[in-house]
Write a protein that binds this ligand. Structure first.
Ligand SMILES: Cc1cc2nc3c(=O)[nH]c(=O)nc-3n(C[C@H](O)[C@H](O)[C@H](O)COP(=O)(O)O)c2cc1C
Length: 331
């Protein structure tokens, strides 16, 4: 049998054997090695050290911490989160313990769990962001995710939609940041906006973009009580979970193409299964985060998504992410 035929036979047998095939789910983000490409998103149940330790103990391949601000924040009035049939709505308003707590937590988490720790910085002003980026330079965190504007901070615009402000912020933080950093982006819907924000990001040493934050300002209503499900902003809040998956895929794909794989893309939004993760990687994602599904299903979700992704890859004869990442086929 000629070599290529033998190889095809091998893959077929491997595929038949499904999970027996050795599947490598590892990835690198900003040069940092992750055991698998599946880990938690910033925000859901990662505010306190106790919550972060649950993520540390789970199969999440990194521990992403809650977006922090200069001062601790209590966040918006409750109820501020609700499960929906296929996802979630929230208007948390960045409740967090202040950046100094997360610098301390990073040291504890690194020592205890020996996996990468990711800080998320979300200052209320440019000056706050600069102070926090400087402070995290001397911390145990491996990577910083810059979340320049949550959709749920009352009175604050979603800064990702203000390209001049994004330019100003990225200019300021990249001057002081000594850790590898990426940017968490809101969802974009207009093809021109993808190009505009990509143009801004390319000017700076941004290693990755994380797409997408919850989709801003949805409204969920209880028809029986005739009231909204959450209290802040008359019920308006960010939508997460299954409703976001197709927007996430489009954002991942468009940035993967625009950055020509020179700036990595992390996909987040609507991942519940290994096939959801597979689709995001096929669109170009180098890793996948889980937010709403973690809140709804608990820490086992990381292992479940990893197992399902491994099985799906094995059935296709793929052994590692680079066998299919970004390789969405044309119709
Ligand atoms: C309760 C809750 C809190 C969140 N807080 C943050 C946050 O602090 N920082 C951030 O970057 N994203 C935050 N997000 C957005 C998630 O990280 C994620 O981008 C979004 O929910 C889409 O992913 P999912 O469909 O897996 O939930 C939050 C989402 C939820 C549901």
């Amino acid at each position: 049998m000629c070599n290529s035929l033998a190889h095809a036979e091998d893959s077929k047998n491997d595929a038949k054997n499904g999970s027996k095939m050795k599947i490598d789910l590892s990835t690198k983000i900003a040069g940092v090695k992750l055991e698998t490409c599946v880990f938690n998103a910033s925000g859901p149940a990662d505010v306190t050290l106790e919550e972060l330790e649950v993520i540390g103990k789970s199969k999440s391949s990194a521990v992403t911490m809650k977006s922090c601000t200069l001062e601790p924040r209590v966040g918006n009035p409750e109820p501020r989160y609700a499960d929906l049939e296929y996802g979630s709505i929230n208007s948390m308003g960045l409740p967090n313990l202040g950046y100094k707590a997360y610098i301390k937590f990073a040291r504890v988490l690194k020592k205890k769990f020996k996996k990468p720790v990711i800080a998320s910085i979300s200052g209320m002003t440019l000056e706050d962001n600069v102070i926090m980026f400087k402070a995290f330079n001397n911390s145990a965190v491996d990577i910083i995710e810059f979340n320049p504007g949550s959709p749920n901070t009352i009175g604050k615009p979603i800064i990702g939609y203000d390209f001049e402000e994004m330019d100003r912020l990225l200019d300021a933080v990249s001057k002081v940041c000594k850790k590898p950093f990426g940017v968490k982006l809101p969802a974009y819907f207009d093809l021109v906006h993808f190009e505009q924000i990509a143009g801004v990001i390319k000017k700076y040493p941004v290693k990755f973009v994380t797409c997408i934050n919850s989709i801003g300002n949805g409204l969920a209503i209880n028809p029986y009580t005739e009231k909204p499900l959450i209290k802040p902003k008359g019920g308006l809040g960010g939508i997460g979970g299954g409703y976001t998956k197709y927007t996430t895929l489009a954002n991942v794909r468009r940035f993967y193409e625009l950055f020509e794989d020179k700036i990595q893309v992390i996909g987040v939004g609507g991942v519940y299964t290994g096939i959801d993760a597979f689709e995001l990687i096929l669109a170009g994602a180098s890793a996948v985060q889980i937010g709403t599904a973690y809140l709804q299903k608990g820490p086992y979700i990381f292992e479940q998504v990893q197992n399902e992704l491994g099985d799906f890859m094995a059935n296709k004869g793929y052994k590692k992410l680079s066998d299919f990442r970004g390789q969405l086929k044309p119709l």
